[in-house]
Write a protein that binds this ligand. Sequence first.
Ligand code: NAD
Length: 492
Amino acid sequence: MPRGKIGRPTELFIDGDWIEGSGKVEVINPATEEVLGLTSEGSAKQAEEAVLAARKAFDEGSWSRLTGCERGELLNRLADLFETHKDEIIEVLISEIGAVRAQAEMLHFNMPLGQLRWWAEQAEQFEYRELMRLADQRGEGRIGTPEVRKEPVGVVSAITPFNFPWSLGIWKLGPALAMGNTMVLKPSPYTPTSSLIHAQLLAEAGLPAGVFNVVTGGADVGETLTTHPGVDMVTFTGSDTIGRQVGAQATGHLKKVVLELGGKSPNIVFEGSKLDPIVSHQIFQFTAQAGQGCSLNTRLLVQRSIHDEMVERVCGALAHFKVGDPNDPTSMMGPLIREVQRQRVERYVREGLEAGAKVAFGGGRPPGLDRGYYVEPTVLTGVKNDMAVAQDEIFGPVLCVIPFDDKEDAIRIANASRYGLAASVWHPDPTEAYSVAARLRAGSIGVNGGGGGSPESPYGGWKDSGIGVENGKYGLHEYVRLKALSYPAGGA
Ligand code: NAD
C-alpha cells in the first residue's frame, strides 16, 4: 500500500499482507447507485488463514505480552493517523454508507475517535490498577486466597453490520487490542472499506503482523470465524436473526460470545414536559443514518393529553427537514443502504396502514430524487403496540406514535417488546422520570434529555437485543479472562 493518501483499500489483510480475495463484490454508493469500485471477497479458506495468523500472533508473538502502556501508545498512534486522514475517511463514510456530512463527522468519526483514545488510556491504567490491586492483595485475606490475574481472551473474531462500520470496528478493535488480544474482523459486504482502512493504519502505526486481520465476505466467512477451533471469542454486532445463528454457531463450539443486536426503542413523553427539545430529539432519533441505527427511538409513546400537539410539532418540524445528497451540507438525511432495504421499509409502512395506522407525515419517496435509495421520513399515528410496524425493527426512518394513559400504561407498553436496547424518558418531575427509567427493561436510558456517547457508558442490549456489553470498563472486561493463582500457605 502506498504511504501518503490512504485511497480505498480493496484487498484482504491477512498476517500483515494484502491478499487478493477469491471473489469480488461491487461496492455501491447508495446515494447515486453508482459502483464505487470492486472489493475482494474472502472465502472460508481465507478466513481460516486469517484465524491461523491471529492464533500464531497470539501464541507466539509479542503483542499479548507487551505492557499496557506500549499497547496504549500504539492505539494513540492509530488515533493520530485517523486524525491525519480525517477528510479522506469522511469521504469514504459519506460515499459508502450514505451518511450525511455532519453525522459522518460527529457520529461516525469524532465519537469513536474519542473512545479509541479512552481505550488507549485504559490499556495503561488497567495494568496500573491491576498492579496496585495485586500489591494490596499481598499478605491480605485468608490463607490460601488466590491471586486473580486478568489476561487477554486470545483470538477474537469480530463481525460488524453495514450501518456504522467505522465506529463499530473501533468499538471492537479498541478494547480487544488494548487488552492484548489478536483478532480477525469481518465487515458487512455492503461497507467493507472502513475495516480495510483500520488494517492499513494499524500496520502503519506499527502493529505486528497477524495481530489484526480483515477478511471481507458473507455468511461462509462469518461461519468459519465463529466456529473455527482457533477462535476463543466472538463479538458480533448485527440483527437478532443473524445474531441467533452466530450465537448458536459460536456457543456450539464453546466460545465466549458477545452479541449486540437490534432494537425498537421507546421515547416516552409525559404531559408537562417542555416539548421543543423533545421534538428535536425525536426527529434525530428516527432519521439519523436514515433510521438505520440500532438504538434509535422509533416508538414515540406520548401521554394521550399531549398526543395531538406532539404529532403536530414533529410533523411541523419535518416540513423543513431536507432529505438528499449526503454531500450537500444542508441535507439532514441521506439514503438507505440498498434497494432491498428500501423495499423492506415500504412494505412495513404498507402493512402498517393495512393494519389500521395512518400516515401523519411522509409515507413515500422524496420528490426529485430519482437516483439513490431514498425514502421520506414517515410518521405513523393510530399505531397499536402489537402491530408488526411497532414490534419489528424496520431499520428505516419510520416513527410509530402510540398514546398512553398514565405511568403504568407507559411502562407496560415500553416493555412490551422483544427488544431492550435503549429508551428515553421525559417527565417534568425528575424523580418520576428516574422511577420510570428504573423500571424499563433496556440497557441504555436517556433521562430528560441525557444522551449516551460517553466512553464510560456500558452499552448492551437486554432481551433479544443481545448478550454482554461494549464500551466502558465493563466492555473492556469482556476482552479478558480470569486466572486464579494459588500459593501454599507459607508463601510462594
Ligand atoms: P446482519 O445481521 O444482516 O449482518 C451482520 C453481519 O453478519 C454482516 O457482516 C454479515 O455479513 C454477517 N453474517 C451474516 N450471516 C452470518 C453467519 N451465518 N455467521 C456469521 N456472520 C454472518 O445485520 P446488518 O443488516 O448488516 O445490520 C443491521 C443490524 O445490525 C440491525 O439489526 C441493527 O440493529 C444491528 N446493529 C446493532 C448494534 C448494536 O450495537 N446493538 C449496532 C449497529 C447495528
